[in-house]
Design a protein around this ligand. Structure first.
Ligand SMILES: Nc1ncnc2c1ncn2[C@@H]1O[C@H](COP(=O)(O)OP(=O)(O)O)[C@@H](O)[C@H]1O
Ligand SMILES: [Mg+2]
Length: 238
């Protein structure tokens, strides 16, 4: 497998506080990589550095052969990194389909269909049945699906997902897992996925990286991570 994303000795300080301290991670094309760790470990900060919301204090981030640290989020997105935020912020005055059309127009690569047809196709793919609904009228599950559709619309090679399962009930989590699997297998998109719902991560991720207090403390297959002494102490418990 080819290396798609590499974070090399990445540091992030907020004032005098080091939220990330020399983190090295690598993500290979076609993987689902789980990023876990206690609250405040630096998971969201790392995603923010990767997609350009924040600049690293030190270190290098390489995506698909490009050094991307310091680039603006819209430029990182154009290079092929999509993001699914924990708190969806769609355009509430627009319908679901208009939200996805807006994302499609940002990275025009879809010439085969009209953008509206493509948007409806993406909404069907994620499981939204009423494309004309406005985001304030849909369930949390559909809001997350809309986030995924908007991210897919930017034609990413890598999707960064932050706590996609939070607040979903068990059957909705099952459904979301199926969607992640289809994103990986049918669309060939790589996923770097921050999550607290452990059975979801451990059931689907190919590899798991664990952060604690801004430091990577472990990485490996889910079956190795659940037995890892440091991870149990810092996060999973006995
Ligand atoms: N903009 C910011 N300013 C100051 N401190 C921040 C900022 N963003 C995050 N932090 C701090 O950095 C640490 C890591 O935060 P975060 O990346 O959100 O953790 P996680 O997503 O793993 O829960 C926390 O201690 C948090 O309070
Ligand atoms: Mg977070």
């Amino acid at each position: 497998m080819d290396s798609l994303l590499k974070c090399i000795d990445v540091w992030k300080s907020f004032g005098g506080f080091d939220a990330l301290r020399g983190v090295n991670i690598e993500v290979y094309g076609g993987e689902i990589v789980g990023l876990i760790g206690p609250n405040g470990a630096g998971k969201t900060t790392l995603l923010n550095l990767i997609n350009g919301v924040l600049k690293p204090t030190k270190g290098k981030i390489v995506f698909n052969g490009h050094v991307i640290n310091g680039k603006k989020p819209h430029n990182v997105c154009k290079l092929g990194i999509g993001r699914v935020f924990q708190i969806p912020r769609p355009f509430f005055e627009m319908s679901c389909v208009e939200n996805v059309v807006t994302a499609l127009l940002f990275n025009i690569t879809h010439s085969k269909h009209s953008v509206e047809e493509k948007a409806i196709e993406l909404l069907e793919f994620v499981g939204i049945t009423d494309p004309s609904a406005t985001p304030d009228a849909i369930t949390l599950q559909d809001k997350r699906r809309l986030e995924m559709a908007r991210a897919l619309a930017t034609n990413p090679r890598l999707i960064l997902a932050d706590e996609y399962m939070a607040g979903l009930n068990p059957s909705e989590v099952k459904d979301a897992l199926k969607l992640f699997k289809r994103v990986k297998e049918e669309l060939g998109i790589t996923i770097l996925w921050v999550e607290h719902v452990m059975h979801a991560i451990m059931g689907l991720a190919d590899r798991v990286i664990v952060l604690d207090h801004g430091v990577k403390i472990a990485e490996g297959k889910p079956s190795e991570i659940v037995k890892h002494k440091k991870v149990i102490e810092a996060y999973l418990g006995g």
